[in-house]
Design a protein around this ligand. Structure first.
Ligand SMILES: [Zn+2]
Ligand SMILES: [Zn+2]
Length: 279
C-alpha cells in the first residue's frame, strides 16, 4: 500500500482560485485520509510577460498572486505545516511555469524561494501562438483563435505543446528545478470539441514517447492530474490513460494531483488515479 498523497493543489493566494482559505483545503485532505499533501501555488509570472499577453485585464489579474505577495504564502504555509504536523505531512511547494523568454527570471525566483520548497512541479501552460504567448487551457474559443488558427491543425498544436514540454525538461533552472511534470497532456483540455474521437497521430505518439524516455532517464516523475476529468471538454485525466500505461511500463514514478483550486476539489478523482496507476 502506497501512502495516500495529493501532490498538486492551490490556495486562496492564487487569484483564479476560490476565496476559501488554504487551511480548509488541508482540513479536507485530513478528512479524506491523505497522509501527505502538497500546496503548489503558482510561482508568480513576470509582469512583463503578463503585460505582453493578448488577454483582457480580468484574465491577466486572475493569473496573479494575491497582492503580489508570495512571501505571505510561504509564511502561511510554514505556520500550517507546523500546526498540522501531527495529522498530515504538509509539503510547501510551487507550480513553476516554463516560458523560454523568461528563464533568467524563473531561475532568479527559484533561487530565492527554492530553499523554502519541499516539493514542486514544472508546468507548461503557455506556448507561442497568434499575437504572442497563448494559454493552451484558457477556453475553447481562445484555443481555436490563438492556437488552432496559428498551427492550422489540432495535431500540430499538440506537437508544439510537446515540443515546449521537452524544452522545459531540458532547461537549466538551477538546483531547485522541479522534478515532477504537471498535467502532461494539458493540450487535450478541449479535445471533446476539437478531437472528439481522441485520435493520437503517430507523430504525437512519438513525441510523447520521447518525452517519457527523457523523464525516465533524468529520474523525473509525472503528476497524474485529475482536473481534466472534470473539465467539460476534456473528460480525461492528464496524462491520457495511454500515456500513463506507457509510463507505468517504463517504471516512471507517478503522483496523484487534484490540482484543487477550491477545498471541495481536494482528492477528487483519486479513485481513477488508483485504478490507472496503482492497480
Ligand atoms: Zn491555477
Ligand atoms: Zn497547471
Amino acid at each position: 500500500m502506497t501512502m495516500k498523497r495529493d501532490g498538486h493543489s492551490h490556495s486562496h493566494f492564487c487569484m483564479h482560485a476560490s476565496d476559501v482559505e488554504v487551511e480548509a483545503y488541508i482540513a479536507r485532505a485530513i478528512e479524506l485520509g491523505f497522509e501527505m499533501y502538497t500546496v503548489s501555488e503558482h510561482l508568480p509570472y513576470p509582469d512583463e510577460f503578463l503585460n505582453s499577453l493578448a488577454y483582457p485585464q480580468d484574465i491577466l489579474d486572475s493569473l496573479k498572486i494575491r497582492d503580489d505577495d508570495y512571501d505571505s504564502y510561504i509564511r502561511e504555509m510554514q505556520r500550517l505545516k507546523n500546526k498540522y504536523k501531527d495529522r498530515i505531512q504538509l509539503l510547501i511547494g510551487a507550480e513553476v511555469d516554463y516560458i523560454d523568454e523568461y528563464l533568467p527570471y524563473t531561475r532568479y525566483l527559484l533561487k530565492e524561494y527554492g530553499p523554502y520548497f519541499d516539493d514542486s512541479l514544472l508546468s507548461v501552460h503557455f506556448i507561442r501562438g497568434r499575437r504572442g504567448w497563448r494559454a493552451v487551457d484558457q477556453d475553447p474559443d481562445d484555443f481555436e483563435d490563438g492556437l488552432l488558427r496559428y498551427y492550422a491543425s489540432y495535431e500540430k498544436v499538440q506537437l508544439a505543446y510537446y515540443r515546449t514540454v521537452k524544452e522545459a525538461l531540458k532547461a537549466d533552472l538551477g538546483i531547485y528545478k522541479p522534478k515532477r511534470i504537471s498535467h502532461l497532456s494539458l493540450c487535450n483540455k478541449f479535445q471533446c470539441r476539437f478531437n472528439p474521437d481522441r485520435r493520437v497521430g503517430d507523430e504525437v505518439k512519438a513525441a510523447v514517447m520521447n518525452i517519457l524516455e527523457y523523464i525516465r532517464k533524468k529520474g523525473y516523475s509525472l503528476d497524474v492530474n485529475a482536473a481534466g476529468l472534470f473539465k467539460e471538454y476534456c473528460q480525461e485525466i492528464y496524462p491520457a490513460p495511454w500515456i500513463i500505461q506507457a509510463a507505468r511500463g517504463m517504471g516512471i514514478p507517478m503522483v496523484y494531483g487534484s490540482d484543487a483550486h477550491d477545498a471541495k476539489h481536494v482528492g477528487r478523482g483519486y479513485e481513477v488515479y488508483e485504478l490507472l496507476v496503482e492497480k
